[in-house]
Design a protein around this ligand. Structure first.
Ligand code: FES
Ligand SMILES: [Fe+2]
Length: 440
């Protein structure tokens, strides 16, 4: 294969593998490409790692990964969130294997080197044998080079230098704001647990699917049947079902730049007149609903609270690994070319009445819990998606729905399409192409 002249960093010609309306199967199964993704995306770009509400108190920690590199997110003695590489400075053992907990410090299981919450090496057995020049101050845990926090959402970059988090997010940061602003305190919390699952599929199949409305018609047909059945029982509820899949042609697929893409439900919601709080009316006592509306108006002002109620939360994927899905967030960590960890977290609205947060949690369990009817649909298609790719004939993956339709530029200058277009997926791939050719 002849290397693309535009690609100064690789022998792989990505432009030969990524066309406007199709991409080559190799991009999902090739080990060399996966290794390059680690270097050019996961270890270089900004990556979502967790939410600061997962570590609310001093000593709280969670362990996770950036790509394949293990990290620890911890609240230090000064209430600051620190992110360390999970690697002992002696002979590289991970210093923490628990998913989460609360500690006064970290003790390596191998030879007992002991670090405080600030990552400083504070004690080690038989220290005198390391010689006169040994200085514990030289052996602190290594911090991730760059850490950013946008409204509690923690992003890290393993590159010492590069574009700022603000530049990386661009206008997609407004979608994080929209997500948080559905709370009467402007804050959400990842405090109700996280579902973590490993799927047998390449990570990119997950981000594609997350802004793919086209699949909802088939993969999630049971949603539509359920809405229909509930509608027969309760016409009021039927009117409030956001999953009236037949209306998804009104949803606008927007390229937000830098690989971030949105399925903007606002045109649909504005047309149907459904409201955020109206979604809840059959599940939450009226007093709690009224208390919520009062708090929203007190915090945001009446006009903004009304707008939020109509527009609702976003449906947005931030490249490479964070997905806002109405009332929950999800993120991905690649394990290998053919395996991916998925984290699904219901979010709680800080200061909202308990009944509302309970209802949000029950809804999340019903749709995306271990026995959730929507998650099981998607889990099945992702793994079928990956199994199919093992075939080695006609390897192009077609994503051409809407490729011949006009692209509408919105008021922010962003390209959009509607009508179940695969524009959102094509936008992700065009950004991927740029990054894999050495861009940022
Ligand atoms: S590897 Fe951690 S103390 Fe030896
Ligand atoms: Fe789905």
């Amino acid at each position: 294969m002849v290397a693309n002249l535009a690609d100064k960093t690789s022998g792989i010609d990505y432009s030969a593998l990524i066309k406007n309306d199709r991409v080559h199967g190799k991009l999902y199964y090739d080990e060399d490409i996966f290794q390059e993704e680690l270097e050019k995306i996961w270890y270089k770009q900004w990556v979502y790692i967790g939410h600061d509400s997962e570590v609310p108190n001093v000593g709280d920690y969670v362990t996770t990964f950036i790509g394949k590199q293990p990290i620890i997110i911890v609240r230090d003695s000064n209430q600051q969130v620190q992110v360390f590489l999970n690697r002992c400075r002696h002979r590289s053992n991970t210093i923490c294997e628990q998913l989460k907990g609360n500690v006064g410090g970290f003790v390596c299981a191998y030879h007992g080197w002991t670090y405080n919450l600030e990552g400083e090496l504070k004690a080690l057995p038989l220290a005198e044998g390391f010689g006169d020049n040994f200085n514990m101050a030289d052996f602190s845990l290594v911090k991730v080079p760059r850490l950013g926090n946008h409204r509690g959402f923690l992003f890290a970059s393993l590159a010492e230098q590069g574009k700022s988090l603000e530049a990386h997010m661009g206008i997609a940061s407004e979608n994080i704001d929209r997500f948080c602003d559905t709370s009467p305190s402007g804050k959400i919390a990842v405090s109700a647990g996280i579902w973590k699952m490993k799927i047998k599929a390449n990570w990119k199949m997950w981000i594609e699917n997350s802004v793919d409305l086209y699949h909802a018609i088939s993969t999630h047909a049971s949603n539509a049947y359920m809405a229909q059945m509930m509608g027969e029982k309760s016409p009021t509820l039927a009117n409030k079902m956001p999953a009236s899949i037949g209306h998804f042609d009104k949803v606008v697929l927007r390229d937000l730049g830098n690989g971030h893409v949105e399925a903007d439900m606002r045109p649909l919601r504005r047309e149907t007149g459904m409201t955020y709080t109206g979604d809840w009316s059959d599940g939450v006592p009226e007093a709690a609903q009224n208390a919520f509306i009062e708090k929203m108006e007190a915090f945001h002002g009446k006009q903004k609270a009304d707008d939020i109620a109509i527009d609702g939360p976003p449906h947005t994927v931030m490249f490479p690994n964070l997905f806002f899905m109405l009332q929950d967030i999800r993120w991905a960590v690649p394990v290998s070319v053919d395996e991916t960890w998925l984290y699904y977290a219901p979010t709680m609205l800080v200061d909202a009445p308990d009944e509302i947060n309970t209802m949000r949690l029950r809804r999340d369990e019903g749709a995306y819990g271990p026995a959730g009817f929507q998650l099981s649909d998607d889990l099945e298609v992702w793994e079928r998606n990956y199994r199919g790719i093992a075939t080695r004939k006609n390897e192009w993956i077609m994503m051409g729905r809407g490729a011949d339709m006009p692209i509408i530029t919105d008021n922010d200058g962003r390209p959009t399409q509607a009508d179940y277009s695969e524009h959102s997926i094509r936008s992700q791939w065009q950004h991927y192409l740029k990054v894999m050719q050495g861009g940022s």
